[in-house]
Design a protein around this ligand. Sequence first.
Ligand code: SAH
Length: 466
Amino acid sequence: MLLTITTTHQPATDLGYLLHKHPEKCQSFSLSFGKAHVFYPESSEVKCTVALLLDINPIELVRGKSASDNREGTLTHYVNDRPYSASSFMSVAISNVFRTALSARCKDRPELVEQAIPITVKLPVLPCRGGESFLRQLFEPLGYQVEGETLPLDETFPEWQNSSYISATLHNTVRLCDLLSHLYVLIPVLDDDKHYWVGEEEIAKLLRHGEGWLNNHPVKEQITSRYLKRRRKLAKIALAQLAEEDNPDIEETDAIQAEEEAAIEKPISLNQQRLETVTETLKEYQVKRVIDLGCGEGKLLCYLLKNKSLEQITGVDVAYRTLEIAKSRLKLDNLPFHQQDKIQLIQGSLIYRDKRFQGYDAATVIEVIEHLDLNRLAALERVLFEFAQPKLVIVTTPNIEYNVRFASLASGKLRHRDHRFEWTRKEFQDWGNQVAERFNYEVVFKGIGDVDDEVGTPTQMAIFTV
Ligand code: SAH
């Protein structure tokens, strides 16, 4: 199984920097299903080609499978197209062998990563369920010029006609990281299969590698469905998250809006008080495993990481870019090992049931509920209190009554342009009491920030316990 990538960018040997693979070396990597070899059949200043050759071991593929997995009969397990055609094995190899390039990093030449370069990709045996027209539907909207030659089933028996395999050549001027993302997602989509079980983690992979292009792709529904092995429930979640994540109204202005909100609240350093109160409350309840839902840029996570009694800290947010900021704020790549094991960031939506939210002592939902439309709040309630069921839940939200005390906030305005609502103390407490009753929790309410006799505190907090 072979993939070649050729560039005529000058100097073409820059391809070696981008891929972190030296053009004069031939390197081999062991993968669970066989070996991946990387080498350069040609490399000069004017033209450079890298080849990724997979040597799949059919015996390894069968190992560990039970007889009940073997629905297609023993022989098909050993004799099949997998060693010879580009499939999800190729995607796994791309993500392993070209990991740094795929994630748009290049330590030595960072400016190269951002450069669109002329590229020709060849996939000599590409399984295409849907034929050449589907291949075009997938790649042409992304700017590729597509050449596809349908391969005969057997050259010596022309009467057997064509196979469903295509020898594909794709040309484009594109950033290498984008090209690798396109191939990573679209090769298994064309094959319409995956060699491994597809669960909820697969949604995050799709969103990560589809970032910036999938949401605007004309056949995004088909891509999503096939990528997730036609599991309808997963596809529905992925499409909903895609729409939310790529909502430019929210994304582009988010940072500015957050700054505006911080500026309004700054005179009393409300954020600081909020983080301290939440951290203290977690300590008080002797929490060991906490999940911060809607973690944003990770302000609370930074605080929590300093707390030695916590054993597991997870941050969840729907916005991939926000998580990237959290990752660099937390310096995740440079943390000592014991801390790296302790913390993780996951992309997910709080309004869809998700197994990854289970198994925590506590969940924090800090300044998040007011970002959800009221009709979606009920979904979050079930996800959190019915399915995730931590023993302790801390929810904070603005107290709208206090807004009159913010000199810089125009009368009648909410604190953040993305807030869908802000509640009075009574509204928040009515909501909290009703949730506690419905899901068998106890609830107490506290204020955060300076107390004003008339309008209370700027932030309100509900502490739910079982
Ligand atoms: N808790 C953080 C961020 C609050 S801003 C802090 O206190 O600083 C609200 C965050 O909720 C944003 O990062 C937004 O991306 C996230 N969010 C909004 N709707 C969401 C949803 N449905 N699922 C997951 N996260 C969501």
